[in-house]
Design a protein around this ligand. Structure first.
Ligand code: NDP
Length: 433
């Protein structure tokens, strides 16, 4: 804390991971101490912070701050998204980059951990303003990334439009056509199923977790938070698997639809019109719109937080338990506070942490990298079936790791251990670097 002041989210993420690794750390204490393994693990290999000046539609110069944290490259090139949101600061990027190391390791694919972004807010900006920002951001970022070095992707506020503008600028400055970003459009190297991957992957893992605990996802009622990329495709896949999703939300309010969320209406509102959820009632007169928070107050068997960090708090956990919730799987990164997680687990709720449950996005990004390297495009079904295999594998790996360390059913511990073991083995083999 003294070394990295004012980074509460980073401290929270490190604490959560190290707490759950206690058994492994104690068993190997001497070796880790000698190599300063944990000290090296929590120190990013490199971090960049830079000025991003751009001109708005009124001719006014605006200045944002850009970040890229290259956290750990023990098992592959740095990989992780770019977040564009006014709340972005170094501590948030470091928390996300730290989590990304273990998530990427869990996928079983050769990718290291990194994260980046800016405090720029794309909301309410014209396309030209977004382009001006993205070009300025990439003008600096392009010095530090590359297809074999560091491959950023989307995250909150960075969708296909932003990735397109950034890719164009990278190519223009560096003069190379390579898979330097993932989440690209299909006409210039993107992968089929990448858009759907995080939400679909979340459901593949949730379904498997329920199955190994004797439940079936079909017929279950699901509460989803958020209404962005992850939330939309989580809702779609949940419904394809026979569950009913009754809520979605944004930072202003939330929707309750007793008949099940209409995914095509949601897609039209969010993806095409870039509008707010207040519009949903125009499509579904039977639904309710409420200002503020409230998604976790409805009766649901399964809760899927898919918006942002620290959005499922202790009181929400209590409500979920009271209403008979049997499983929580995190679509977002660190949406559940530590206190809420512990409450859910101690009340018998199955809990899949984000680094396992939302790893489908980055796994499919790694599949996009493979396609770019071999200059081929795989079919939707090919990518989707690889994604299913990866998520089922992650589910079993986290369950098995938990069992090995006598924490059966504790998937937080299991996911951290399974991700950590591979990174530590690679770091140890590569010497003190
Ligand atoms: P989007 O920008 O597409 O959507 C984010 C959603 O969350 C929006 O509905 C947004 O509402 C809401 N939200 C954002 N910030 C807040 C806040 N402070 N309070 C309440 N609601 C908020 O992002 P994604 O769907 O891509 O990402 C969602 C989460 O999933 C993030 O934690 C991200 O890191 C994680 N994730 C995403 C992956 C991906 O492939 N996209 C991969 C793995 C993890 P509003 O429109 O009002 O801002």
């Amino acid at each position: 804390v003294a070394k990295n002041p004012a980074e509460p989210e980073f401290h929270q993420a490190v604490k959560e991971v190290l707490e759950s690794l206690r058994v492994v750390v104690e068993a190997n204490e001497e070796k880790y101490r000698k190599d300063a393994l944990l000290e090296r693990l929590v120190e990013p290999e490199r971090q960049f912070k830079f000025r991003v000046p751009w001109v708005d539609d009124k001719g006014q110069v605006q200045v944002n701050t850009g970040y890229r944290v290259q956290f750990n490259s023990a098992i592959g090139p740095y990989k992780g998204g770019l977040r564009l949101h006014p709340s972005v600061n170094l501590g948030i990027i470091k928390f996300l980059g730290f989590e990304q190391i273990f998530k990427n390791s869990l996928t079983g694919l050769p990718i290291g951990g990194g994260k980046g972004g800016s405090d720029f807010d794309p909301k309410g900006k014209s396309d030209r303003e977004v382009m001006a920002f993205c070009q300025s951001f990439m003008t600096e970022l392009c010095k530090y990334i590359g297809a074999d070095t560091d491959v950023p992707a989307g995250d909150i506020g960075t969708g296909a439009r932003e990735i397109g503008y950034m890719f164009g600028q990278y190519k223009r400055i560096r003069g190379v056509y390579e898979g330097v970003l993932t989440g690209k459009g299909l006409s210039y190297g993107g992968s089929l199923a990448r858009t759907e991957a995080t939400g679909y992957g979340l459901l593949y893992l949730t379904k498997e977790m329920l199955k190994i605990n004797g439940h079936d996802i079909a017929g279950k009622t699901v509460a989803v938070s958020g209404s962005g990329n992850v939330a939309i495709y989580a809702t779609q896949k949940a419904q394809q698997l026979g569950a009913k999703v009754v809520t979605v939300s944004d930072s202003n309010g939330w929707v309750y639809d007793p008949d099940g969320i209409d995914v095509s209406a949601l897609k039209e509102i969010k993806e095409i019109n870039r509008a707010r959820l207040t519009e949903y009632k125009n499509y579904r007169p039977n639904s309710e719109y409420h200002e503020g928070r409230g998604v976790w107050s409805v009766k649901a068997d399964i809760a899927l937080p898919c918006a942002t960090q620290n959005e499922l708090l202790i009181d929400d956990a209590k409500l979920l338990v009271e209403n008979g919730c049997i499983a929580v799987a995190e679509g977002a990164n660190m949406p559940t506070t530590l206190e809420a997680t512990e409450y859910l687990q101690s009340h018998g709720v199955l809990f899949a942490p984000g680094k396992a449950a939302n790893a489908g996005g980055v796994a499919t990004s790694a599949l996009e990298m493979s396609q770019n390297s071999e200059r081929l495009s795989w079919s939707f079904d090919e990518v989707d079936s690889k994604l299913q295999g990866i998520m089922i594998n992650i589910c079993h790996n986290m369950a098995d790791a938990a069992k090995r360390y006598e924490a059966e059913g504790n998937y937080v511990v299991g996911a951290n251990i399974a991700g950590f073991e591979k990174v530590v083995e690679a770091m140890t083999a590569q010497g003190i670097v």
